[in-house]
Ligand binder design. Structure first.
Ligand SMILES: *Cc1c(COP(=O)(O)O)cnc(C)c1O
Length: 421
């Protein structure tokens, strides 16, 4: 459920009409709903009620500081995957002991940054990383709390580019080597081994892969405890999918997911962390764009809009589906027409939808991409010298620009010309 509904035939973000935002900031833009962000955070938090837990928002999904602050004030921790994300979380006042650091390629500089600023734990993904972390911690006279990410070799049954839990993926250590790697870590004086981490992929629409992975984590917990490791925290990653279409089968609810976590891991008495990203931000955001031209082709019409693959890359990169709807609702009697919906970028990949049936729209009208809140603005670029599009946050009847559109001069003047030219 989200808070983007039609009222009197006009799409609103909470109590704000979308055309009002468009008139103020220009198109294209992203708009997020505070109520939806908070609703999704609370669904997860409530789902783990009764267990010692922390919901760490995977901020790579949407990392604008206004979004982070909204969630942090509600009690969320943060899952970060770079030094930049760590500093963003700190910038909005998230304390270090509510930030977990994930990712396969943490550099020594990033590790130092997090140790200086405080960190809840590092989710370590390899032996070489363990060695660098140990050496860095020792050189600073501190001890780094760690979990080790295990790769459970479970098929997440999601798009190949966002599956992470199979043995062929770059993530985590193979489960067969767990004992050996934990023993190595325990022998390093700069590390405090506190738990296990797992994350098998993104946009999972079935609980079965989670169940398989968490059963393996439960077995591992008992095994590692028997070897003398004080396993007291389990980080279960993110990955729960969202409905991108209105008609397909809805993915499992956070409450079902929470029940699964309690059933598979509750008996171990561990603190539970989860790292949802997409399910918190995905349906909390729209991308709004204006139709520039309607072009008739040989066998189809093209809707050429002012948003492009540089603004929202998911369709080009993951063959992702987004519902695309007119901002001003069509007459109930209007017949649906077939469009290819494309952007102005000079690549055929700049296609958002092929042969999409939708109500007729004309040049100058607005369309909204639903479910664009996660992996949207954060993955945008200035390809084709198109300035990054603005982000807007709505709360009830108020809206605020939370990242403004750079001017052409700002974009162009980031280049510097060498002396010899
Ligand atoms: C990407 C990622 C997440 C978030 O995944 P979602 O599918 O957005 O919930 C969580 N943890 C780790 C380690 C990740 O890489």
């Amino acid at each position: 459920m989200d808070h983007f509904l039609y009222r009197d035939g006009v799409l609103h973000a909470e109590d704000v009409p979308i055309p009002e935002i468009a008139a103020s900031v220009g198109t294209p833009f992203y708009v997020y709903s505070t109520a939806t962000l908070l609703r999704h955070y609370h669904l997860f938090n409530d789902a783990l009620d009764g267990t010692d837990h922390l919901v760490c928002y995977a901020m790579k999904a949407a990392s604008n500081q206004a979004i982070l602050k909204t969630l942090a004030q509600a009690g969320a921790g943060m899952d970060v995957v770079s030094g930049g994300e760590y500093l963003r979380a700190k910038a909005v006042g998230v304390p270090g002991d509510r930030i977990v650091f994930s990712g396969v390629g943490k550099t020594a500089a990033e590790i130092r940054l997090a140790l200086e600023g405080g960190i809840r734990q590092f989710n370590v993904e390899s032996e070489p990383e363990m060695e660098v972390l140990n050496a860095t911690a020792l050189s600073m006279g501190v001890v780094a709390p760690i979990t080790i990410r295990v790769n459970p070799d479970v098929d997440a049954k999601t798009h190949a580019k966002i599956a992470t839990g199979k043995s062929e993926n770059k993530f985590g250590i193979p489960i067969a080597r767990t004992r050996e790697v934990y023993a190595m870590a325990a022998a390093m004086p700069g590390l405090d081994v506190i738990g296990i981490d797992v994350h098998i992929g993104s946009q999972l629409t079935d609980l079965a892969p989670f169940e398989l992975a968490y059963q393996k984590v439960a077995e591992l917990t008992e095994l590692l405890r028997a070897e003398g490791h004080d396993i007291r925290r389990l980080d279960l990653g993110g990955g729960l999918g969202i409905p991108y279409t209105r008609d397909n089968q809805a993915p499992p609810l956070p409450s079902d997911y929470g029940a699964l976590v309690k059933r598979t891991l509750g008996h171990l008495g561990c603190e539970i962390e989860i790292e949802p990203g997409r399910l918190i931000a995905g349906n909390a955001g729209l991308m709004v764009s204006e139709v520039i031209y309607v072009k008739s082709g040989e066998d189809r019409d093209f809707l050429i809009i002012d948003g492009a693959m540089n603004d929202l890359i998911r369709p080009a990169m993951y063959e992702a589906y987004h519902d695309i709807v007119p901002v001003v609702e069509a007459d109930p009697g209007a017949e649906q027409v077939k469009f290819d919906i494309v952007g102005p970028v000079c690549e055929s990949g700049d296609t958002f939808a092929k042969e999409r049936m939708m109500p007729p729209v004309a040049a100058g009208e607005l369309v909204a991409f639903r479910s664009a809140g996660a992996y949207g603005a954060v993955m945008s670029s200035e390809y084709n010298s198109r300035p990054l599009i603005p982000e807007v946050l709505v709360q009830k009847d108020q809206f605020a620009v939370i990242r403004r559109r750079p001017t052409f001069d700002e974009m162009i003047n980031r280049d510097t010309i060498p002396e010899w030219l």
